[in-house]
Write a protein that binds this ligand. Structure first.
Ligand code: FEO
Length: 411
């Protein structure tokens, strides 16, 4: 195994950092955007990571959102990079490519390197960039930076766009992976994983990032992990979150991504519900309390009050999911509908599930939840419990039996 020498920040701004002998971090933190993709809350912000590789020639790896260009350009200048030769584009989503036209304008000699799909997307998103500057590389192709330094390109399609690729700097064992192995959370100057103060928060944010952004592409993540493993990278530089190192958290991050993308989960349950007047909430509490009494970790979520991203993160963390809703306008409550839709979009797999609900004159919600689980091919641990108005003592017993069945079926 190749050993990497890590460097602490010195004489550099908060988020500019030396990663290895020839690799530097030049990304930016975002503490102001309230919703990532205009959908997902960012309670701890998010980082848009970019890097510099200095050989005889110099390469930038990815950029930043358009609105962060000035800060990003200042980071480049701070490293004394006056005329980069290449911009490597691992991922074209605008949180990483938005500043590309301005970077291209500032460094007119710089070539822009991607694969054929990348080039097509650059022409579509940024037609102001002269197409003669675009260089299309193939899977496995190398780019020589001089001094014996090469970058090798490895396509990892659908992680999480079709053009996505990883770039390997073999001389120092550094792999740039795009969104793969990324996480929410700004870095606040702690670029290396060895500097993380609250590891639990980082891994919780990784569940949330994966479940919200990447989960639909689980098979692609598995293919990418398998394809990149032989490179034996010692340092992994993603587009979001800390730089992972072999002496830091890289082994745990690889394991968590492997578990999430192969649908493995810990023993535990999510009980997610919505309730208009408290009866469905009471049923949910009955289920959660019974499961807890069986020794099962339980996350009880009122979908009208808990952000969907938090609920999804817990569903990707735990192996059991129980959903309840009253019938509302001949369907489920809208927050329950949003959850079921999110699960269908991501084609949830590998979970034990159960459904419950109530109604006053027309029973729809419980069946709708159960039908969603059947369509997804999930393992129903027992028959749904459907209640007319308030649950009777016998129906409360049925809810407890549902909880017991779920607890006993969990690993
Ligand atoms: Fe952070 Fe898929 O872009």
């Amino acid at each position: 195994m190749q050993q990497q020498k890590l460097f602490k920040k010195k004489n550099l701004n908060m988020n500019t950092c030396r990663i290895s002998e020839r690799v530097y971090y030049i990304g930016v933190d975002d503490h102001t955007t309230p919703l990532f993709e205009s959908l997902w809350r960012l309670p701890y912000g998010v980082s848009y990571n970019s890097y510099v590789v200095k050989g005889e020639k110099t390469a930038l790896v990815d950029t930043a959102p358009e609105s962060f260009f000035e800060e990003y350009a200042a980071h480049i200048a701070e490293l004394g990079v006056e005329s980069p030769d290449y911009l490597i584009v691992n991922h074209m989503e605008p949180d990483h490519s938005g500043a590309m036209p301005m970077v291209a304008a500032r460094f007119p000699q710089m070539k822009i390197v991607g694969n054929a799909l990348t080039v097509g997307q650059i022409k579509g998103f940024y037609p102001e960039i002269d197409p003669s500057r675009l260089v299309a590389v193939k899977d496995g192709e190398e780019l020589d930076l001089g001094l014996g330094m090469c970058l090798t390109f490895h396509t990892i399609p659908m992680v999480h766009w079709p053009e996505t690729m990883a770039t390997f700097f073999k001389a120092e064992g550094v792999l740039f992976t795009g969104d793969a192995l990324g996480t929410f959370g700004a870095l606040d100057g702690k670029v290396l994983d060895t500097e993380i103060e609250c590891k639990e928060r980082v891994f919780d944010e990784m569940y949330r990032y994966y479940a919200c952004i990447v989960a639909k592409y689980a098979p692609a993540v598995q293919r990418a992990l398998a394809k990149l493993a032989p490179l034996d990278a010692q340092t992994v530089c993603t587009t979001h979150g800390p730089v992972w190192t072999s002496q830091g958290l890289l082994p745990e991050v690889l394991d968590q991504y492997d578990r999430m993308s192969s649908w493995k989960a810990a023993r535990g349950a999510v009980v997610a519900y919505a309730s208009m007047y408290g009866h469905t909430a009471s049923m949910a509490r009955t289920v959660a309390e019974k499961m807890a009494s069986e020794g099962m970790p339980v996350a009880l979520h009122d979908l009208s009050r808990t952000d969907l991203s938090v609920v999804l993160a817990d569903i990707w963390k735990y192996d059991t999911l129980i959903v309840g809703s009253p019938t509302y306008n001949a369907s489920v409550m809208p927050p329950v509908g949003a959850l079921l839709s999110a699960l269908e979009l991501r084609q949830l797999k590998g979970r034990r599930v159960a459904a419950f609900g109530n109604y006053t004159w027309a029973s729809v919600a419980t069946k709708k939840i159960a039908d969603t689980f059947v369509r997804l091919g999930l393992d129903m641990v027992c028959e749904p419990v459907d209640v007319k108005m308030r649950p009777t003592a016998s129906e409360i017993d049925s809810l407890r039996s549902l909880a017991t069945a779920a607890a006993h079926s969990s690993k």
